[in-house]
Design a protein around this ligand. Structure first.
Ligand code: BG6
Length: 490
């Protein structure tokens, strides 16, 4: 998608976990694209670090491979790749002992560039890295630190992590990534709501019946056995990505796109979420775990077989009904569902409006379905507004539902950038609008914790579902009890 590219100031990008999966799949390819689109100013450098003892050349080779594997062929240009790798150097370092930090400091030197310390490592190392950076006097006023989720596994551990980082960096320097906020269509949700006069008068409980948010994946554990089994879908997806999406749908119009203006409004939504207590949890939430089945045309193992353990109760699917106790949303349920090994890969938000007050066409015209606005985050990004129309031709009035269909691929030329491209450049620009503030993360845990506790206390089971389906039947029952159905994604 083409837009005018404004270069950012020169920067030093230091990747902790430089040889890891995130660096390979997302960060290096994202930085390559930004260079290719002429967004860098000189001198801009990228320094990889991790415990592995690599030379500069080996890290450069790692980056070449990362680009080859994770950048589409048509965007790979040999000269561009070589220019990119010439920015790369590597310093082995261990935050638990401090070894290598002197060398890292030396590698950065007296550079006046913006410094971005990107922590693509386990959160267990956040505190150690921040402390070593401080001890070695590497933090300039223009430095930022970027951290990836999971930020904690409950409110207490999230606070502890926030304290460790916050003890060294000011909140204005801390960039907590939720990569969903960098997705094009997620930002489009804000454009849709706040750059159009059409929807705002309807955006409330008087006109909206309910909201559905689905993030369905076809992948399974993907080599993340240790992390995932201690997290589960509620911590992995709902506490962050899905609650962020809910906030963007539900928040009041911020006074501007200023980071705090937007984050203040999201925070109010999080604080208005009705607590799900122990009694309500079995009715308002569903946990599931996939069993063997079929996915993307092939047979796949069940979660336990993939895990290699006979007895995990971790949920790979969650569906729940959230309610927002405020004037705009009272009485409008938000149904959320997410899971691994589901029928198809799709992320979408469905806003279902209330039905017409009275059907003047009579039964012979067919049903008058309520209008739906479907915001498709991936794949096939776009927005569809479903409306009722008359079936063409004679033979009386027959009604049919059709979408006003705006596919972004068809409407815009060019490549849709990956979320990380937007987010890493925002880090350099110092724009925190699409990053989570400390109080947001903690408010999200404040809502999630009682659900986790209720599950633990009542031993709420993770119900089995066959891989390649839409999750346990209880998820269908959750919404159908209220006389509604999940939107069928296709
Ligand atoms: C991550 C989760 O945050 O998001 C993963 O930890 C999940 O479990 C991923 O697969 C989904 O991201 P995307 O961009 O592929 O929808």
């Amino acid at each position: 998608m083409t837009s005018q590219i404004i270069p950012v100031d020169p920067f030093d990008f230091i990747i902790f976990g430089g040889t890891g999966d995130l660096s390979e799949r997302k960060l290096l390819p994202a930085l390559y694209h930004r260079q290719r689109d002429h967004q860098f100013s000189e001198p801009t450098r990228i320094i990889g670090t991790s415990r592995s003892k690599l030379s500069d050349e080996e890290f450069q080779e790692f980056a070449r491979k990362a680009i080859k594997e994770h950048v589409q062929k048509e965007y790979i240009d040999k000269a561009e790749v070589e220019k990119f790798v010439s920015r790369l150097s590597y310093v082995p370092a261990d935050a638990t002992t401090g070894s290598g930090f002197d060398a890292l400091k030396k590698a950065i030197g007296n550079s006046k560039s913006i410094r971005a310390f990107y922590l693509a490592v386990t959160p267990a190392l956040f505190g150690d890295i921040a402390a070593q950076l401080k001890k070695h006097e590497m933090i300039t006023p223009d430095s930022r630190i970027v951290v990836e989720k999971p930020i904690g596994r409950d409110l207490t551990s999230a606070k502890a992590l926030n304290d460790q980082i916050g003890g060294v960096f000011g909140e204005h320097q801390i960039f907590r990534i939720d990569h969903y906020l960098g997705k094009e269509t997620v930002q489009n949700l804000m454009a849709l709501r706040f750059a159009n006069a059409l929807y705002e008068p309807l955006w409330n409980s008087a006109h909206i019946d309910h909201v559905q948010i689905t993030v369905a994946e076809t992948v399974g554990l993907e080599d993340r056995v240790t992390y995932y089994d201690t997290a589960g879908a509620l911590r992995d997806m709902v506490q962050n990505h899905m609650l962020q999406l809910l906030c963007l749908v539900a928040m009041e119009p911020p006074s501007s796109m200023d980071a705090n203006a937007v984050r203040d409004e999201k925070l109010k939504v999080l604080r208005s979420l009705k607590r799900v207590n122990g009694q309500e949890a079995p009715k308002a939430t569903v946990r599931g775990q996939y069993r063997a089945g079929a996915s993307s045309g092939g047979a796949v193992k069940g979660y336990l077989e993939e895990l290699g353990k006979p007895d995990s109760t971790t949920e790979t699917f969650v569906a729940l009904k959230a309610e927002i106790n405020n004037w705009r949303w009272a009485g409008v349920p938000f149904y959320l569902r997410t899971g691994k090994r589901l029928a198809t890969r799709v992320s979408e938000i469905v806003i279902e409006f209330k039905p017409v007050p009275y059907n003047i066409f009579g039964e012979s015209a067919g049903n008058v379905s309520p209008n739906q606005l479907v915001i498709r985050l991936q794949p096939d990004e776009g927005v569809k507004q479903y409306i009722m129309v008359k079936d063409p031709g004679p033979g009386g009035m027959r009604l049919r539902q059709l979408p006003l269909d705006m596919s972004f691929a068809q409407s815009f030329d060019g490549r849709s950038p990956d979320a990380y491209e937007r987010l890493v450049m925002d880090v350099i620009r110092g724009n925190q609008t699409l990053f989570m503030r400390r109080d947001e993360v903690e408010a999200a845990w404040t809502w999630v914790d009682p659900i986790l506790n209720a599950w633990a206390e009542s031993r709420q089971e993770a119900q089995g579902y066959t891989a390649g389906t839409w999750g346990p039947s209880a998820s269908i029952a959750l919404i159908e009890r209220d006389g509604r159905t999940w939107h069928e994604s296709n």
